[in-house]
Design a protein around this ligand. Structure first.
Ligand SMILES: [Zn+2]
Length: 933
């Protein structure tokens, strides 16, 4: 999909409410997964507005979204970035509700939130709100599409937010490269335009030409935000008819559209984006980076916009995604040219581009031509072999099963957003299946795509740390960087076209497409985990089937606890991080086919041990455990080359400071200052570069210490695995890890000392923004609250919800300090913190800090003055959130996992205790909240 630009960095996602029950598909017109119990009803209002209502019995809030068939490709040439700017402006007041914060305030009061994003093809506005607030919120929401204010004073403010957003994006190498390649597209196609917009493209230049941004906004809205090009989605526990009635009450005021006033959106599928005639194909670009080298290859292919039922590109993905022996990935690793690569097809109204991005090693960066030779040797062999009908059928079956048994999204917010976006791409009956199912396998279309992946039909771009930008012959004006551009050498193109050999062969069929899909009935229900085993250094727990997530899937969580004090210096932290990478590297090939077929693992380094998680279809989970666990203890003979590669890549990654934004660097630095055992980026980098501290020998020694006789294991099994199978899995894991401790793992042994440092006085730290040429500053103000009681948790949750709006309004909307403005309450290991985070170019950090503190001081008064009615509404919203059953297996297990690691079963009821604490306080004033604050 497109690179999305979201206004919503200040929003944080919440846990969820949707869930499942088994039901046959096919009720009504809309095809849905076997396991989806929701009801769907689509209708078109008299105005032409499309409306999809979804009834989800488990939904605790009302989700709503409007997708508009207009995106960055609709930008007028004289107002580049206008679609995105309209997205920013739409939520800022309407004729009926002129107050710019009316919508946000209404949502916040009822525990809701909203967000929006602009893609190439569409703009999607979405939100969720407590059911009591739905009627009012939807009426305010509807007016944004009927008569938005676009007030001049707000335009002048918000343009700074967009300008700041672009400045935030400017250093990002991926955005630079994406824009550079697109900027070369056919001038007759809108794909070549600059999409984010800034002060120059939206205001300064048009004003010089006598054009008004406000007028342009109104014209854009009138032309593109018309009923036939808008799609409304509502999700709630109410019946679909009731939701459609609700929609009528607010959205019947949307002006009726005719084919004349609202023609179908323009498509450019007959306008080639790139061709040799246009002179923009067969080009070679180089841009610089302070980070890792990359090689981008991009191919224009037949437009796939109306071919979604064939979904031919997924065959390509199974070819490129095959990491086993004889595959491209294995070859690139063996030749030490590329660690990994990503691939995507971007399909829009302007056409379809297939892009492959290789993450290069130093050797690959020195010889990118050889990377392409390997790539084309593989594609040539796959093409010569012809389309494998059995593989195509496996891919079709796999996609059907992944679709039928997919987990629900975590919130109404996520559900409505996905559905609304899909309605701009697919007809209503395919809104769930479009892009997911291979309805009409078509080997000739697959063949056509393979035929387009040839060296004579591509552009190539290198992201190179060696490129000297100061000597660059060309300059990109919107992102402000130097680059070089030249035609690809004809001799190379010829050589790649004939590339072959290397022992490459076409990928095999899929071996692990799930077949065993029956469900167990065993479950501990609401009682929380039950002990499976507590002996021999193993602390194992079992949950069984999540009552509202009946899927043939499971999760197995493992934590290996190191013996106390085995880790001290930065070199130990580096070696632990490298171990995670080495394990992943040596297991990549053996586990690849299982991952493709829906069961995968993650392995992460924690400062006091390792965490290993398995998730997905349970049928082959034991096979995966048997592959992974022994490699965690001993990565084997392959560890030597994997270690050296991992170390080099780790150094490159850490040195690539432009991969993060300045506010992320601030958070990272804060972490290294305040958490015991954490190390700064500089310290880690110094250790990783020093072969005297970080070596294969030191790694092997440390591995032996970690898995010594004191190693202990915690485990939790959840989902479609019964007690006996669960016990066997945990035993297998303990054996594979060599857990030999004689003692029982008592909870008190697991509780470690507080991780977050408590300074004796106010602490201020400064570091220069490490990103070269980045004009942004980031300021982070943190208040520590210590370890919270149950009542504290409730109060701080309320405060976190409450402070979001005032901080955003004061620092972003009023003061225009920047695009990134967060005010939030955060768990930080065992303690809680209140934080304000700002990134921008407008004011120096000293000024920002003073403004942040002033805003927090005002918060005290806002809390004191909170009317009883508002407090009750906020309590109700929090109660709703705390009582939601988890919608996903990972959340179901996750709600107990930390408590198993922290303190055992006493805390399993933490959420219920918080609900009880809330109920006990009901009817009281905001005094308790103010006291906590
Ligand atoms: Zn934006």
């Amino acid at each position: 999909s497109a690179l999305r630009q979201s206004t919503g960095l200040h929003q944080r996602s919440r846990s969820s409410a949707a869930s499942l029950g088994l039901q046959r598909p096919g009720d009504g017109l809309i095809r849905k997964p076997t396991s989806d119990p929701r009801q769907y009803k689509h209708t078109t209002f008299a105005s032409g507005l499309g409306v999809l209502a979804v009834q989800d019995a488990e939904a605790k809030t009302t989700g709503f979204a409007m997708a508009v068939e207009a995106g960055m490709l609709e930008d007028p040439p004289d107002f580049q970035g206008l679609a995105h700017f309209a997205e920013h402006m739409v939520f800022l007041g309407s004729e009926k509700y002129p107050n710019t914060s009316a919508f946000s305030d209404e949502l916040a009061l009822h525990g809701g939130q909203h967000n929006a994003y602009t893609s190439s093809d569409s703009t999607v506005y979405y939100g969720q709100v407590g059911n009591d607030g739905a009627e009012k919120a939807l009426d305010i929401f509807a007016q944004f599409f009927i008569s938005p204010s676009f007030a001049e004073s707000m335009v002048d403010k918000e343009i700074n937010a967009v300008d700041s957003e672009h400045k935030k994006n400017q250093p990002n190498v991926h955005r630079r490269m994406y824009h550079l390649l697109r900027s070369r597209a056919n001038p007759a196609s809108p794909a070549h335009q600059f999409t984010t917009g800034d002060l120059d493209t939206l205001k300064r230049q048009p004003e010089k030409d006598g054009k008004s941004l406000v007028e342009a906004l109104h014209a854009f809205h009138k032309q593109n935000y018309c009923a036939k090009r808008m799609h409304l989605v509502i999700v709630s526990s109410a019946s679909t008819d009731a939701s459609i009635e609700l929609a009528h009450r607010s959205f019947d005021a949307v002006p009726a559209a005719t084919d004349e006033t609202c023609p179908p959106r323009r498509e450019y599928l007959d306008t080639p984006m790139y061709s040799h005639e246009l002179g923009n194909l067969g080009r070679h670009f180089v841009i610089g980076t302070k980070g890792s080298p990359e090689l981008w290859v991009t191919f224009p292919v037949r437009p796939l916009r109306h071919r979604y039922k064939e979904l031919a590109e997924v065959y390509l993905w199974s070819v490129l995604g095959h990491y086993g022996a004889g595959g491209l990935k294995a070859l690139l690793l063996q030749q030490d040219l590329s660690q990994t690569y990503t691939y995507e097809a971007e399909t829009t109204v302007a056409g379809t581009m297939v892009t492959v991005v290789f993450h290069l090693t130093e050797k690959g960066a020195a010889d990118p031509d050889r990377v392409l030779e390997c790539f084309f040797a593989y594609i040539n062999i796959v093409r010569a072999d012809g389309v494998n009908d059995r593989l195509l059928d496996d891919v079709r079956r796999l996609h059907q099963i992944l679709f039928d048994y997919r987990e629900q999204q975590a919130s109404e917010l996520a559900v409505v957003q996905t559905l609304a976006q899909a309605l701009t791409e697919y007809p209503p009956e395919d809104v769930l299946t479009g892009g997911s199912l291979v309805d009409r396998p078509n080997d000739s279309l697959v063949r056509e795509l393979l035929d387009a992946l040839v060296p004579s039909n591509m552009n190539v771009a290198l992201v190179s740390p060696a490129f000297d930008e100061s000597k660059a012959p060309h300059h990109e004006r919107y992102y402000n960087f130097g680059f070089s551009e030249a035609p690809l050498s004809a001799a190379l193109v010829d050589r790649w076209a004939k590339a072959s050999g290397f022992g490459l062969r076409a990928p095999p069929e899929l071996a692990f497409v799930p077949r065993k899909l029956d469900l167990i009935e065993d479950s501990t229900g609401d009682a929380g985990p039950e002990v499976l085993v507590q002996a021999g250094g193993v602390d194992g727990w079992w949950l069984g089937m999540a009552p509202n997530i009946p899927l043939p899937k499971a999760s197995l969580q493992l934590k290996v606890h190191f013996p106390a004090a085995v880790r001290s210096g930065a070199e130990d932290a580096v070696l632990a991080a490298l171990h995670a990478r080495v394990v992943q590297r040596v297991l990549e090939q053996p586990t690849d086919m299982l991952a493709t077929c829906g069961v995968s693992y993650t392995f992460a380094d924690l400062s006091d041990g390792f965490e290993l998680s398995f998730a997905g279809f349970d049928e082959h989970m034991a096979d995966l455990v048997a592959l992974v666990v022994p490699a965690v203890r001993d990565p084997g003979a392959d560890a030597s080359w994997a270690f050296e590669q991992a170390r080099r890549q780790y150094v490159l990654d850490l040195a690539d400071v432009a991969r993060l934004e300045s506010h992320q660097h601030a958070l990272e630095a804060f972490e290294s200052l305040t958490v015991r055992g954490a190390h700064s980026r500089a310290a880690l980098l110094a250790a990783a570069r020093d072969p005297g501290r970080v070596s294969l020998r030191a790694y092997r020694q440390l591995l032996a210490t970690w898995f010594s006789k004191d190693t202990r294991l915690s485990a939790l099994v959840a989902g479609n695995i019964g007690r006996e199978r669960g016990r066997a899995l945990v035993a297998e894991a303990a054996k594979g890890l060599g857990v030999r401790s004689q003692g029982v793992v008592a909870p008190t042994n697991l509780a470690s000392a507080p991780r977050v440092v408590r300074p004796s006085q106010t602490l201020e730290a400064r570091l220069p923004n490490p990103i070269p040429g980045d004009p942004n500053s980031a300021t982070l103000v943190v208040y520590q609250f210590g370890v919270p009681s149950i009542a504290d948790r409730v109060h701080l949750s309320l405060l976190g919800e409450f402070m979001d709006r005032p901080v955003f309004e004061a620092l972003r909307t009023e003061r225009q300090l920047g695009y990134v403005v967060f005010g939030y309450v955060s768990r930080h290991h065992s303690i809680v913190e209140v934080r304000v985070l700002v990134q921008g170019v407008r004011e120096a950090p000293d000024t920002v800090e003073a403004l942040a503190e002033e805003t927090l001081r005002k918060l005290t008064k806002l809390v004191d003055d909170m009317p009883a009615e508002e407090l009750a509404t906020r309590r109700h919203a929090l109660r709703t959130e705390l009582s939601k059953p988890p919608a996903r297996l990972a959340d179901f297990a996750g709600q107990y996992w930390n408590q198993i690691l922290e303190g055992g079963e006493n805390c399993f009821r933490r959420r219920a205790m918080q609900v009880a604490a809330l109920d006990a306080e009901n009817g009281t004033s905001s005094r308790l909240l103010a006291a906590a604050w």
